[in-house]
Design a protein around this ligand. Sequence first.
Ligand code: NAD
Length: 461
Amino acid sequence: MVDVAVVGTGYVGLVTGASLARVGHRVTCVDRDRERVAGLREGRMPFYEPGLEELVAREVGSGKLSFAEELDAAVGRADVVFIAVGTPQGEGGAADLSNVSHVARGIGRALAGSARRARPLVVANKSTVPVGSGDYVSALIREGADEVGGTRPPEGVRFGVASNPEFLREGSAVYDSLFPDRIVVGAEEDWVVGVMRELYGPVIEQGFSVEMDPRPRVTVPFVVTDLASAEMIKYAANAFLATKVSFINEISDLCELTGADVGSVATGIGLDGRIGPRFLNAGIGWGGSCLPKDVAALRAVAREHHHETGLLDAAVAVNDRRRGRVISKLQHDLGALSGRRVALLGLAFKPNTDDLREAPSLDIAAELSSLGAKVVGYDPVAAKAASRTAPDLRVAFDPHEALEGAHAAVVVTEWSEVRNLDLRRAASLMREPRLLVDGRNAIDPAAAREAGLLYRGFGRG
Ligand code: NAD
């Protein structure tokens, strides 16, 4: 068993902490947000993530998971401290590292103030940070220690920094944490890698039993690199995924011009093992809390080095045009949008999450409102959060309420409630021309037409 502290109880920190407790470690999750910590202690999740509430309840009950507002005691006990705080997009697209800096200094102060430490401490960074941040974190830990004692961490106390990027997907974060495709650890010292290998042992060996595991028990690849490469792997992975989606969207536009069907094309190319079938869904494009900010951060790093990123620039440009394609499809069939009622089906940036960061729905709603349309948005989970984020947006908790009297509906997020919509009922509730713009190619066009809807997908011939 390893003693772990996780700083930041967001999508990454809380899921990581609960999963590590699940595989046998003792974990304290720390957050500076007092309300959040108080809620967690009472079993209230700060966000929606399938399976998380049950997992947290189970591990709190087993005594392996607890919550704290202050770093000191948790760092004093820990063998590994994870930094899992937000790194939002800052000025000029660069990652804002102020939360990471704050935590690193705090760890330094806690280390210097802790008399007990005979064991070394690993500080593992899970926040997505630019290449070079590992060294920066080390420097800040030392600075924090200096602030307290005027000395470095006490004689004999060692700490080492690891980069341990996170690849979980919101909506299946618990599953991804317990059954990852790979674990990446970047470090400059062997003992640091050794501690991380021990920590992840049960996940690597898949040596724990859970009810939800449908996969054969294969060993999870443990990829060891230097610090800089681990930091770059995270950005490269997200930049690649963003580019892949923009690529299929460009092909989708060409399909529309030539009469080909992008779904068939995606199947045909995706079966090529070199390409792979995932992330080939044409439509509204990428959004969310990671892809836009990580691509922006990578481009900002390139600019610092006076390096051009033609491919990434194009991926962003293609994606920026996707929201406009929705508007032009609406205008094509409705003419002027002023006074027209448009239902947005799905508001979260993807299904099974309530996360609205960089959600396409918010851009589309704002653009439609500026053109005089009356917009009402439905989401099974994120509607409440959406009404706080965009107070002008009317929200509905039932899709039929959103569709009532609408001239057009847009499938923005392919929740199962949206995929499985009763199309005849939808058509009966809507007003002429009963336009359905399917931004995720999630609805069967023939069924929609049969139900009396005017169907428009993306790249579907
Ligand atoms: P989040 O915004 O959901 O949560 C961040 C948490 O950190 C909040 O609870 C906040 O109160 C806390 N926090 C901030 N500063 C703090 C401080 N000084 N001390 C203690 N707590 C503090 O963020 P997230 O989505 O979990 O992302 C965290 C990091 O992981 C980011 O760098 C992100 O890019 C990366 N990441 C996110 C995902 C994802 O799907 N969300 C996936 C992979 C990587």
